[in-house]
Every structure is written in structure tokens, then in C-alpha cells.
Design a binder for this molecule. Sequence first.
Ligand SMILES: [Zn+2]
Length: 353
Amino acid sequence: MDRNRDEGEARESAVRSLAELPKAHLHLHFTGSMRHATLLELAERDGHHLPDALVEDWPPTLSAADEKGWFRFQRLYDVARSVLRTEDDVRRLVHEAAEDDRRDGGRWLEIQVDPSGYAAKFGGITAFTDLVLDAVREASRDVGIGMAVVIAANRTRHPMDARTLARLAAQYADRGVVGFGLSNDERRGSTRDFAPAFRIAERAGLLLDPHGGELLGPESIRVCVEDLHAQRLGHGVRAAEDPDLLDLIVSRGIALEVCPVSNVALGVYTDLSSVPLPDLMAAGATIALGADDPLLFGSQLAGQYATMRAAHDLTDTQLADLARSSFQASRAPETDKQRWLGEIDEWLGRMAP
Ligand SMILES: [Zn+2]
């Protein structure tokens, strides 16, 4: 392409609002979506003592370079989860997550939850799932954003627990649950052992969406693809280290949920310009940028696009491609997708102010 035209486009890109760019959010954890102010308010209400990292030192300094670092991250997540006590707390969290995404240009949100982490307080995994799905329907209607749920198993627990969750997710397929995932420290547990759970989800027609290729490299992605039949990968960003694997992912249409701010916060990459988004884009990967856990990383949906625009000098055309790709990777209804893709064209067609 003509160099002058490239430069002209790059200049323009500094002014179109990314909060107005329609997009889908496909990597957001339940408690991780909580507003920091809400965490403080709920903790205060119940006399919960929060660690400094969640109060005056927020957002916390994290690193997952070793298991100890991950444990610290997980412990903060568990502390935050413990402030959710009532049904109204759950409804509030979902409503605010929907509002925050809507404000950031979100049109569709797939929120990820492991019901077993909330079961004890909310009457079991089925009762909690019913509550979340009801909260999602309510928030979707009130805020004006499409929403669905991905049920995720925890890889540090027994694979039998994952099968129980897969059966639960299958029961709710077509009733608000669109996918089945696998999360927590990739270095723990054997991914292969979760294949039977993923077969249950596969038979139910759910999207297969495990985390992989974040803390571990290409080999962990191969197992997700070959053994779990992953159709989308939580992170998967480290496919960039293996061109053959990246080709395979692209040829199979496996989408990547790339979470740049999370990657830097957890030490997967040293800085935002090291997140290999341009390599993934150049290979033709289907990508959806995601915030992962705004509560712990201090950055939300539009922030992912803004940081990547700044770190990699992305043009508005490239940012629009990323947003289109986020809808393509989603389980949103086809007619909605087409409408939102049209809105992206309108965004791009607008004169930069
Ligand atoms: Zn995640």
C-alpha cells in the first residue's frame, strides 16, 4: 500500500473514539468484572477486611511468572468473590458489567463463570446458575446489550467436577449458556484429563472454549485443540511462537481471546508492545480482545483496543477488523451480528473529527 496513504490513515486513527466502536467481549470472568467501587462498598457493608492490594494499592502489582505469583493473584480473586453475599449483589455485579461494556462500545458480552465457586453461598450450582442467567436476562434487557454465559470448570479441581459442570452447562444450552471453558493456572492439572468433560459439552453443541497458551506455550495449545477440540481459546496468544500451529489455528477457524493488559499484568509479556497482536493479525487469526479481570488489572474493554492502538500504531481499519473479528468469534445470533457489523462500517465511514 502507498506509504502516504498509510500514514494518513494512522493520523486519522488517533481521533475516532474507540468507545464508539461496536465490539463483542468474549473474555470476562464473573467476579473479575466487578467494579472496584462496588467491591469496596460491599466489603464495608459486611465488615470484610480487604488486603491493601485491593484498597489503597489498587490495582495490585501482580506476576504469574511462578506458581507463587499465580497463587497471589488467585487469592485476591477469591477475596473479591467472598464479598458477594446476596442475590442482589449478584444482580448488581451483572448489571454493572453490562453497563461498563455498553459504555465501552460493547454490543455483546459472553461472561464466564464457574458456578462451583459460588455454590456454597447460593444454594448449589444449579440455583446459582439460575440466578446468574436471570440476572443476565434482566441486565441485557435494561442496559440494551446482548449477553450470554460460558460455564467454566477449574483445572485445579478433579476432572470429575468438570464433568458435572459440563452436564450442567449442557442442560442450559439454548437457555443462556453458549459455551464451556476451563480456567485457572495452566501449569496445574493435566489438560487431557478434561477431555471427557469437553465431549459432554461438545455433544450439547456448546462452544468449546478452554484457557490455553497464556502461561504455557504452543504445546499447551495443541492439547487444547487436539484433545479438547477447542473452537476458541482463552488467550491462545502464544500461538505466535509456533507458525505451524498458528496456521493450523487459522485454517480451523479457532478464535483467540487476546487480553493484552492482563498479559502484561501477569508477566506473560514485559510490556504492551511485546504482545504479539500484529503477528496474529498478519496470520489471519480470528481475534477478540478481552479484559479478563478488570477488577484486578484496572483496564476494561475499550482499554484493550486503546492500548493496542497505542502500542502497535494500529489504524482505524485494523481496529475495525479486530472488532468485526470479535463478533465473528462470538455466539451472538446471526441477525444481530450482521447489524453490528454494519455499525462498524458506519464507524469507519465517519469522518474523523
Ligand atoms: Zn481468563
